[in-house]
Design a binder for this molecule. Structure first.
Ligand code: FAD
Length: 524
């Protein structure tokens, strides 16, 4: 059963095999809505599967990772309601200390124990893993039950280390085994989904987050913050949480965050996936890790003279599919009949009715054929989630970023930490592969913030929240400048602690006075 779970290749299969496994070992999944039930889930699962060598090798990886001291607090703050010191525990338990014993001491003391994450994309799931390590009861809402995105992501080196440390290769043997380090979005989601389930995170699919419901009463046994969801009769609408994380991609639905826009010159992207039949001929075709016009003008001029296709760059990765992504110049899309009418308005230009789908498919096929030197034998389109050929034009002229990474809401005395991660926080610039890299950084930063808040929360005055907010915004200021070359070199040392990742970080760049507007309260 464990093997079936590990090998499951669709979201639904992952859930059904996991349920079978839990039923067979008499473990309740999802664990009841309290953080202790969730934190004891993984140790119990692990104990039940201890004789299975494959499970053991994965759990050994997870254990090692989660013994990280950042998930525990020192003795003084523990007495004051914070975390327990990892070091203390290590001393007490000697060399036989176990993950199960250590986890039991974590976040439950902090009053920050219930988390809701909106979206099971790569960044939402990566956040869930860290939240679970911290000991928080974590629920992820996902509006779909189908991971169908074939598009392939190039991963920064630290992400490869991060995922390998979590045991990604034990789950998906081909993980980053090719010439270029990449993975399809759906495979990445499947790996992360399996890890989150093993940690007892509750993942609810086919439920869409619609908004927040503030507590209605300020009585002693007041209700807490809950979510309005579709379908509206779903029991998760009764789940009360203290932290909510918007990880639902660039169309972020979590209220309260304003966005700023970065506008460049018109940039039209084209993604296309062809079926990979894994033949010898296909295996021989070399990937293209990114050819940009300035580096290889010869190639692009030849392409234009032979096909009429004018591109600024092109990338080709081989995985479950043959994936191409390119930036096409408007004039060539018009002259090749892909765009029916020219328009200065990008929405009008790229709206469905202005695109000739047949011409678009021909354009993509010709570009792929030329750039692989006509070596790919059979350019048959893969199918997307809408049962259509997997090809799309998209506009990335404008990119959006949230003005702030986090805010607090207080209604009837109940405080809620609201945060954004991933594309909801900062839209990626795909030619630099910034999506998951900055998205995972934001996930770690947010979990660090939760930890800091729990550590500092001794009284109920605002200054704790404001100082933690100021620190979070200071870290957010450097996020959009990060590149593989200006971050810490020792990737194996990366943790949720921002000092392990960012170079020259000034945690006091933003002052408490500058974040007062991010504390929204109904108090007089
Ligand atoms: P998403 O992947 O968008 O996931 C959001 C999830 O939330 C989805 O599963 C969605 O169904 C769910 N959801 C949405 N609304 C709701 C709701 N109301 N309730 C519940 N669930 C909801 N990144 C890289 O790292 N490397 C690359 O090489 C790269 N190349 C790219 C190429 C292109 C052409 C594009 C467009 C992007 C590329 N990216 C790349 C970016 C990368 O795809 C994203 O950064 C990454 O998928 C973001 O993950 P996320 O979890 O923030 O959001």
């Amino acid at each position: 059963m464990f093997n079936s779970f590990i090998q499951a290749q669709t979201c639904i299969q992952v859930f059904s095999t996991f349920h079978e496994l839990c039923t067979a070992i008499r473990l309740d999944y999802p664990p009841p809505h309290c953080s202790t039930a969730q934190t004891s889930f993984y140790p119990r699962l692990k104990a039940a599967l201890s004789s299975h060598w494959k499970a053991k090798s994965l759990f050994d990886k997870l254990d090692k990772r989660f013994l990280s001291k950042e998930y525990f607090a020192d003795q003084r703050s523990h007495k004051a309601g914070g975390f327990r010191a990892a070091q203390d525990l290590k001393v007490k338990m000697g060399t036989r200390n176990s993950f199960s014993q250590m986890l039991a001491f974590s976040l439950k003391y902090t009053g920050m124990s219930q988390v809701l994450i909106i979206g099971a994309g790569p960044c939402g799931l990566r956040t869930a893993i860290e939240m679970a390590c911290l000991g928080a009861k974590t629920v992820v809402l996902e509006k779909r039950d189908n991971f169908s995105r074939n598009n392939v992501l190039h991963l920064w080196p630290y992400i490869i280390t991060d995922l390998k440390t979590l045991g990604a290769k034990k789950i998906y043997g081909q993980f980053c085994s090719g010439a270029i380090d990449h993975i399809s979005i759906r495979q990445l989601q499947l790996i992360l989904l399996k890890l989150t389930l093993l940690l007892g995170v509750e993942i609810i699919v086919n439920v869409s987050f619609e908004g927040l419901c503030p507590p209605t009463s300020s009585q002693v046994f007041a209700d807490g913050w809950t979510a309005r969801v579709i379908p509206d009769n779903h029991t998760i609408s009764n789940y009360e949480f203290d932290v909510v994380v918007g990880a639902d991609g660039k169309r972020n639905t979590l209220q309260g965050f304003t966005r700023k826009e970065f506008r460049g010159k018109l940039a039209i992207g084209l993604t296309v996936n062809f079926i990979n039949r894994r033949t010898t001929a296909e295996a021989k075709v070399e990937e293209i890790s990114g050819v940009a016009y300035i580096f290889n003008q010869h190639f692009f001029k030849d392409l234009q003279s032979s096909t009429g296709i004018d591109l600024e760059n092109i990338v080709y990765y081989k995985g479950d599919t043959h994936y191409f992504v390119m930036t096409a110049k408007k004039h060539s899309l018009i002259s090749k009949g892909v765009l029916k009418q020219d328009s200065e308005n990008t929405n009008e230009l790229l709206c469905y009715s202005n695109i000739d789908q047949k011409a678009l498919m021909q354009y993509a096929r010709e570009a792929a054929d030329f750039s692989t030197n006509h070596q790919l034998p059979d350019l048959e389109f893969a199918i997307n989630q809408f049962a259509q050929p997997d090809i799309a034009l998209f506009d990335f002229t404008c990119m959006y970023a949230a003005e702030n990474a986090a805010l607090f809401r207080e209604v009837n005395g109940q405080k809620l930490l609201s945060c954004l991660v991933g594309d909801s926080l900062l839209e990626p610039f795909w030619p630099m592969g910034t999506g998951c890299a900055r998205g995972f950084f934001a996930a770690f930063d947010l979990v660090w913030m939760t930890r800091q808040l729990a550590m500092k929360r001794r009284n109920s005055n605002n200054s704790v929240e404001l100082s933690v907010l100021a620190e979070r915004e200071s870290i957010y200021r450097v996020l959009h400048q990060t590149t593989p070359s200006n971050t810490m070199k020792k990737h194996q040392n990366y943790t949720i602690d921002p000092n392990t990742r960012y170079v020259n970080l000034n945690l006091k760049a933003v002052h408490v006075d500058q974040v007062k507007t991010l504390y929204l309260t109904d108090r007089e």
